[in-house]
Design a protein around this ligand. Structure first.
Ligand SMILES: Cc1cc2nc3c(=O)[nH]c(=O)nc-3n(C[C@H](O)[C@H](O)[C@H](O)COP(=O)(O)OP(=O)(O)OC[C@H]3O[C@@H](n4cnc5c(N)ncnc54)[C@H](O)[C@@H]3O)c2cc1C
Length: 418
């Protein structure tokens, strides 16, 4: 058995683990931070398109937690200890000013996720109380008489009075979050919900959608239709990809879409002119055609839609009329065009896999954790934080705020508990 005995062992050097280790070290605890990658914060460094959407600047805890409808009752306590304002203070006091963009998304002013990693690494090192061991994979817990005593790793055994699990979920497994932490927690009796990609782009089998890859529509309404009824609706920006659709509103609809897909077939319907109803869009085209009588439909349509998108619309079976001058277009053809532009539909066949997802569902059930301190309800010296918890939330900085809050709370309580 190893001679190394620490006050706290933190498993996983992502945002939540670094925050917990740094905070516990700051309070004087002797901490061991174990990370299986050869560097800390691999996933953190690719967040927000490498700009890192570090939090969401909603300072009112109640309003912020409205974005966690299923788990907000658990989160009031940790957020009363470390909230969005604390995150701003934490980073800005350490020389990393933040800026707030649309939808209250906050980023480092430098626009570099790497700078967020550096700030946290410095926090981890600052107290001199944290030993970081890289390229060490934790394989199992050391349990003696049903008490957690430490961890077995690829580099031998380490003992610790408290253990913080910050191994992440299953999203983007190439960054190191491959789920061993969740398996280890299941082995010692925690109920771990099966991981499933969440906050992920959506897949369709329609080839014409794949061919639109790279096209972005800045403002449209997306309806998810089931049994002829609108089951879910969102408005905003849409990105077509080589497998289907993406963009913040699609990603944030993924959780709902997964539930709907379990109930039956689902169709996406894109309304490219959300500010018009059928009648007013028809009037718009009557006037547009009147102004440019001699032009072909494909040339007129290019003025109001991106070229690739207008070509795709005119490739549809009943709308191969792009080469007609608009004055030759019949009333029925015009009306069909209008209906198509307001209901561009295709089947949704699923969400993209873990490698495409920002967050994965699954993890430890919140009710198995005492959120006042982030301790396990099964083992009083075990702390669970960040993506190891099964907490559904939207994109926009909410995931990382959860890491800062739960990491800080666990680090504080683990350092202070006897
Ligand atoms: C592409 C992408 C972009 C994102 N952008 C944003 C964004 O802009 N804003 C936002 O709020 N959220 C974003 N997220 C989500 C956010 O990155 C995660 O919620 C966050 O990283 C979770 O932090 P964590 O500390 O819980 O786990 P992770 O960041 O997953 O870190 C876990 C660490 O534990 C290590 N580990 C795992 N198992 C072991 C083991 N057995 N032994 C030792 N070490 C182990 C892993 O190597 C990893 O380094 C994004 C996610 C992705 C994939």
């Amino acid at each position: 058995m190893s001679e190394d005995v620490y006050d706290i062992i933190v498993i996983g050097g992502g945002p939540s683990g670094m925050m917990a280790a740094g905070r516990a070290g700051e309070l004087g605890a002797r901490v061991l931070l174990l990370e299986k990658n050869d560097r800390l914060g691999k996933k953190l460094s690719i967040t927000g398109g490498r700009r890192c959407n570090i939090t969401n600047a909603e300072y009112d805890n109640r309003l912020f937690l409205d974005s966690f409808p299923e788990s907000k009752q658990f989160l009031f306590s940790p957020f009363s200890q470390f909230n969005v304002e604390s995150t701003f203070e934490f980073f800005e006091e350490r020389g990393l000013p933040l800026v707030v963009e649309e939808r209250k998304r906050a980023f480092p002013k430098s626009q570099k996720a790497e700078d967020v990693c550096t700030t946290l690494k410095e926090y981890v090192e600052e107290s001199g109380n944290v030993t970081v061991k890289l390229s060490v994979t934790v394989e199992s817990f050391v349990l003696v008489d049903k008490e957690l005593k430490g961890v077995r790793t690829s580099a031998g055994e380490f003992l610790g009075s408290k253990i913080v699990v910050a191994t992440g979920g299953l999203a983007a497994p190439e960054t190191g979050s491959t789920g061993e932490g969740l398996s280890m927690l299941a082995q010692i009796g925690h109920k771990v919900d099966d991981p499933d990609p969440n906050l992920a782009p959506l897949r369709t089998s329609s080839k014409w959608v794949h061919q639109l890859s790279g096209v972005t529509v800045d403002d449209m309404t997306l309806r998810f239709m089931q049994n002829g009824k609108t089951a879910h609706k969102a408005r905003g920006r849409l990105l077509f990809t080589h497998f289907g659709i993406s963009g913040p509103l699609v990603i944030n609809s993924a959780h709902k879409v997964k539930t709907l897909l379990k109930q039956g077939a689902l169709t996406a319907s894109v309304d490219l002119f959300p500010d018009h109803d059928l009648g007013s869009l028809d009037t718009f085209f009557i006037e547009l055609f009147e102004q440019q009588k001699k032009k072909t439909l494909k040339n007129v349509l290019k003025e109001v839609l991106q070229k690739k998108l207008s070509e795709s619309v005119l490739n549809r079976q009943d709308l191969r009329i792009g080469d007609l001058p608009v004055h030759e277009i019949s009333r029925d053809q015009r009306k069909l065009l209008v209906r198509t532009l307001k209901d561009l539909n295709f089947p949704i066949t699923g969400t993209m896999g873990f490698e495409w997802s920002i967050v994965a569902d699954g993890g430890v059930e919140p009710k198995e954790v005492d959120f006042r301190s982030m301790t396990s309800r099964l083992f009083p010296n075990l702390y669970l934080i960040g993506d190891t918890l099964n907490i559904n939330r939207p994109s926009g900085g909410f995931s990382l705020q959860l890491c800062w809050t739960t990491g800080w709370v666990a680090g504080t309580h683990a350092a202070q508990a006897d």
